[in-house]
Every structure is written in C-alpha cells, then in structure tokens.
Write a protein that binds this ligand. Sequence first.
Ligand code: TXA
Ligand code: MG
Length: 310
Amino acid sequence: MKNIYPNIRRAKNYLINDDVVAIPTETVYGLAANAYSNKAVKKIFSFKNRPLKNPLIVHYYKLEDLKRDCILNSNFYKLYKKFCPGPLTFVLYKKNNSKISRFVNNNKKTVAVRFPKNKIAKDLLAKLNFPLAAPSANIFSKLSPVSATDVKDEFGKKIKLILDGGKSRIGIESTIVDLTDKLFVLRPGGITIEQLEKTLSCKLKLKSQTNNIKSPGQLKFHYSPGIPIRLNAKYAKKHEAFIQFAGNVKNKDNYFSLSKSGNMQEAARNLFTILRLIKKRGYISIAVSKIPNQGLGLAINDRLKKASKK
Ligand code: TXA
Ligand code: MG
C-alpha cells in the first residue's frame, strides 16, 4: 500500500490554512475543516452546497480536547468507555468558552461530536491542535461516499486532496444520540440501538422527523442516488435494478445482493456502493426487497426510506 504519511502532512497544511480536505472514516468519508475557524467551516457549507442551518459533527482525537468544548455527563462517559473511538456521535451542550465556530452548529447551544476510529483520521487529528468539523463528503442530499473514488465522483477536480483509506469498514454513518435532555436517538447508524440500550440500561426512542427539527439531517431528499427507489419490492420492473437483502442473485445483470450470506454488517457496508453502482450503470429506477428492521437493518432502512422520498 502507498505511504500515506506525505499526504497526511499535506492535509495538515491545507487544514491549517483554512482549506477543506476529504478524509476516510470507518463510517463514510468526511469533508473536513478546522472546527475552530469560521472561514474554514463556512467553506464546508459552500463546497457541499449545504444550508447553514444543517449543523456539522466535530471530530476529536482525545477526550481532554472535547472537555474544553462540551459539557459531559454520566451517560456520555458510559457510552464513551464502551464505543469510542467508533461510529457514535453525541449531541452535547457546548461550553460558553468553547472555541468551536458558531457556523458549525448554526449558533445552537448544542453540538454534535464524535471520535472516529479510522487510523488515517486518527493520525491526522493527532497532528492538529484543533478538532475537525466534517459532514459526509457528498453534495448536499446525495449519497454518502465510502471510498476515495466516490468522493472524486461527487466533487471532481474541485477537491484538492482526498486521503485514500480504502473502503469504509462500516459503510453507513454514525449513530447520533442526544444526551442533552431526555435521551433520544436522532439517527440510527453504525452502533445499534440495542447496543446503546444495553450500555445505558434503559430503553431509547428514535426521534422521528418533526417540524421542530433537532437533527435537520432528517430532511427530505437525503441519500439520494438520483433515481427513484421503490421499497418492499418483490421483483424488478422493466429497466429497473433490483436490490435484495440476502442470497445469491439471479443470473441477471440487474440483480444485486447486499449480502449473500445475509450478514447485516456486510449489507450495511455494501449499501451505498451498490446504490452508486446502479446509478452509474444507467438504470432508471431501483426496487429494493424488504430488509429486516433489526440491528443495523434499522439504519439501512432509514437511509433507503429517505432516499425513496419524492
Ligand atoms: O458517520 C458520520 O457521522 C459521518 C462521518 C464523516 O463522521 N458524518 C456525517 O455527517 O454523517 P453529516 O453532516 O452528513 O450528518 C450530521 C448529522 C446531521 O443530520 C445533523 O443534522 C446532525 O448530525 N447534527 C449535527 N449537529 C447537531 C445538533 N447540535 N443537534 C442535532 N443534530 C445535529
Ligand atoms: Mg451526510
């Protein structure tokens, strides 16, 4: 494998100069910039064409650094011990003297934070004296990228540097848990709700879309491959691609299986790649079979449901 260290140094230089770079994480690739710099953070929004009211996640390397920016509580510590670094994002109250740019969280009192596990992301963060604000590295409302090629597909030559960390191990975004008031899961993701409940010894509710948006990531038109998606389908119509959850695909080019063995981790890892591939092959729509709504299946169904909204 190519030596990544010269590129990590280049990334550091860009970031110090308020520029954006794409970084691998274990969930999906992120479009990263200095979370303490207004100028850098504003660049993320314009680069992605993302509305400023949709707040970003801040990525940290060390707990000590997070302590300077956020108010931590006992639920946080329980989850941190068990799942960090890893695919879990916490919504916490921001400290008054925190250096996080107000553009990160649209001036809200709360901020979303996480500790990525990917080695390249960690090596880069360890070299910086600021955390990284990073949304998924895709144009607003499009599919999240899970490889360096996917990021290139999204931004083309516009992006100056993509740190190539291969394919994202989890392939679906982090779970977002709101720890500020009553506990809520705001987005199902790489850590299952069952895992969180076990660690916190309580039941957790998934907060569905409301007008009082706590997580504007719950907007319509999210995760769109750019063609219509039909859910709970049994077969493909003419010119349609078909995604099945498990088993071998029929001997037809337009059938795709998320995991031949029916393994949920594998299915999550393949989801965005298969959606992107189908779009590239020129199909005009996608039919998806029913997917078990348990464990990571909840996150898969959440993304498919949002992608299928017209
Ligand atoms: O796995 C991930 O979380 C990836 C990688 C790159 O870390 N990032 C990611 O970022 O998925 P993004 O911007 O695509 O999604 C961030 C979500 C959005 O739904 C946003 O609304 C929510 O986090 N969010 C951010 N700050 C929030 C806050 N203060 N309160 C509630 N939700 C928040
Ligand atoms: Mg996103």
